[in-house]
Design a binder for this molecule. Sequence first.
Ligand SMILES: [Zn+2]
Length: 51
Amino acid sequence: MTEEGGESVCWLDRVCPDCGLLVEDVDLPAPCPRCGATVPSDSQERPGELT
Ligand SMILES: [Zn+2]
């Protein structure tokens, strides 16, 4: 089961860069419900980068 470690990485892209709140069930980028900072969608911003 090598996929166990990979799944948690996805959630790092959904954490508010300002307060660290986990933002779930929203389409990123979206404003943080706690502090209002924009949570970027890092994982979807590089469509052409296929290493
Ligand atoms: Zn926040």
